[in-house]
Ligand binder design. Structure first.
Ligand code: F6R
Length: 595
């Protein structure tokens, strides 16, 4: 989703802005631009990648104050005119904006009546014109007045030629300030500034910051507020490829470390999650889990885990659909899962739950993200920065958080519980074995890459894994893929089975095993080639499937972890075989901050 950057200090802004923008590319965008102030305002933008913008910029762009933007189109197609920064009639003001302005039509009509001229179809363009209207010698004041007229969400960075300060403000859209020595930065996300500083201020809703090279002053409703810089523990290397061809492959390979770190952190926490008493309410308690996309698939796995271990009703719903469902106040606990902590649908769901009196635990990977500020409790996953648009290690970290929330107080035999905790500690080694053998998975992927349609099937805990396998494949390889509960294939999708539509079947030695074998036979009878994921040592499935991929033996409760890692690699190598832009798939964004 759109990315904002800004710089003020002693160095030339242009190379810094371009570098920061390149670090935000992972969020997804279709156009980009920069504005630099220094003896006149210079604005350059186009519907191109950052590298292309860098190449087409005139040689002389000088100035130590600037802002930049990567745009993901909402109002108006990707084009030079619609790309940010946007300006006013005087040509002195430049604004970059993330978010959506709901009342922009009315504001625009009013401004046109007052003589303002617009040159784009964007909602953003009303902001510089409002600032122009209100400017009376104090840029911060003018921005505050302009934002007061706006209904909707925003993160904005503003500059005005001749005024030696940057203004940053946020409401329901992320924005941070990178604090340097004699220089300061603005960005939508931490990786953008890590080359320059690891001290970061997380702005809060309704904050307006006036930033100079020497300092940052934050105000809220006109009153000064203190916002302390936090030390970020991620390094630049964490946010770089580290020798891998793609971020996605690097992130898949980081999963043993992620699992290990997560277990270590939760083990040494002052307060264990079981102290929260979330899942000890017996029959009266019920749990609602909400999320989007891959995080929703983690929530679905969570539903099976929690219902199995606590025998309590757990519902998993799409956060984007939650607004259309009935009252939630009867629920005793909600868990919202969001890797970025910025997904608009997830944030809206949290606000509704809170307003209905339902306590919310947020599972997120991003410290200081919007979701953490509106939650009652936060469980941080330990995945580190995830750059590739396709979620991999953040999903595994979410599963780990769910296991860890559940296991200490699970209503199961103590010996079984201790056995499961022991197994959990062995998971990193087992995932590592899958990664060590990735060449074999790449060979299967090369076969899959030849097809235009693939089905993934599973039952029980592995039904959501089938959904996730299909999502990973479709989003990065552009192969049409469907995930199904294996028992549902015969209720319609059978019509699509043929030699042209292979089926990936997830077979786990639990209560679903026999039914899965039957389903594989049904699929084979209709001509579809079957690739089955089976536990190592299983030689029964190989007799019915066309080919098998062996996964290390784990307790079936943990099969979603090992199976998902295999499916991530399958998707990755299929996409690579097809020459797709794996880390930045078309039309997708890392952080989806609009509804
Ligand atoms: C798919 C993917 C998306 C996200 C979804 C929710 O690989 O990454 O489906 O899972 O956009 O994002 P978060 O977890 O940030 O709320």
């Amino acid at each position: 989703m759109c990315g904002i950057v800004g710089y003020i200090g002693e160095r030339q802004a242009r190379p810094i802005l371009l570098n920061c923008l390149a670090r935000l590319e992972y969020r997804g965008y279709d156009s980009c631009g920069i504005a630099v102030a220094g003896g006149g305002l210079q604005v350059h933008k186009d519907a191109v990648r950052v590298q292309a913008l860098r190449e087409q910029l005139p040689r002389r762009i000088e100035g130590k104050l600037g802002i930049g933007h990567t745009r993901w189109a909402t109002h108006g197609a990707p084009s030079r005119a619609n790309a940010h920064p946007h300006g006013d009639c005087t040509g002195r003001i430049a604004v970059v904006h993330n978010g959506v302005i709901h009342n922009f039509q009315q504001l625009r009509q009013q401004l046109v009546k007052e003589g303002h001229k617009f040159s784009s179809e964007t909602d953003t363009e009303v902001i510089p014109h409002l600032i122009e209207k209100y400017f009376d010698g104090d840029l911060g004041e003018a921005v505050a007045k302009a934002l007061n007229d706006i209904e909707g969400s925003y993160a904005v960075a503003v500059l005005m030629d001749g005024v030696p300060e940057l203004i940053a403000a946020r409401k329901e859209s992320p924005l941070i300030i990178g604090v340097g020595d004699g220089e300061n930065f603005i960005a939508s996300d931490v990786p953008a500034v890590l080359d320059y500083t690891s001290r970061v201020i997380y702005l809060e809703d309704d904050d307006i910051a006036v930033i100079t090279g020497e300092g940052v002053q934050v105000k809220r409703n006109g009153e000064a507020v203190a916002r302390k810089p936090h030390q970020v523990t991620w390094s630049v290397e964490d946010a770089q490829k580290g020798g891998y061809e793609h971020f996605m492959l690097k992130e898949i390979h980081e999963q043993p470390r992620v699992i290990r770190d997560t277990i270590r952190a939760y083990l040494t926490a002052d307060e264990t999650m079981s102290d929260w008493g979330v899942f000890q309410k017996g029959d009266s308690g019920d749990v609602l889990m909400l999320a989007c996309g891959t995080s929703y698939h983690a929530a679905l796995v969570g539903k099976y885990i929690l219902e199995g271990l606590f025998k309590i009703p757990v519902r998993a719903e799409l956060a984007s659909e939650f607004g259309y469902l009935g009252q939630s106040s009867a629920r005793s606990q909600a868990i919202v899962i969001t890797q970025s902590g910025e997904t608009a649908d997830a944030l809206k769901a949290i606000k509704r739950l809170r307003s209905e009196g339902c306590p919310v635990i947020v599972i997120t990977n991003v410290v200081g993200s919007s979701a953490t500020r509106v939650a009652d409790r936060v469980v941080y996953t330990m995945a580190g920065p995830e750059i590739s648009v396709a979620a991999t290690k953040s999903y595994t970290a979410q599963l780990m958080a769910l296991y860890w929330m559940a296991l200490p107080s699970a209503k199961i035999d103590l010996r079984r519980r201790d056995g499961l905790v022991m197994e959990l500690r062995q998971l990193p080694g087992k995932v590592q074995r899958i990664l060590d053998d990735e060449e074999k998975i790449a060979q299967h992927a090369a076969q899959i890459a030849k097809y235009n349609s693939v089905f993934f099937i599973g039952r029980g805990l592995n039904y959501p894994v089938a959904l996730e396998g299909a999502l990973k494949l479709k989003e990065i390889s552009y192969i049409h893929a469907e995930g199904y509960a294996a028992g549902e294939l015969k209720h319609g999708p059978f019509a699509l089975l043929s030699g042209e539509a292979p089926v990936v079947a997830l077979v786990t030695p639990d209560a679903t095993y026999d039914a899965m074998l039957t389903n594989i036979k049904e699929v084979k009878a209709r001509g579809s080639p079957v690739i089955a994921l089976v536990e190592e040592g299983d030689d029964v499935v190989a007799e019915v499937a066309d080919s098998v991929i062996s996964v290390p033996k784990v307790d079936p409760l943990f099969s979603p972890v090992v199976n998902t890692v295999v499916l991530q690699l399958l998707a990755y190598y299929a996409a690579r075989e097809r020459g797709c832009p794996i880390d930045f798939p078309r039309n997708l964004a890392k952080s989806v901050t609009v509804e």
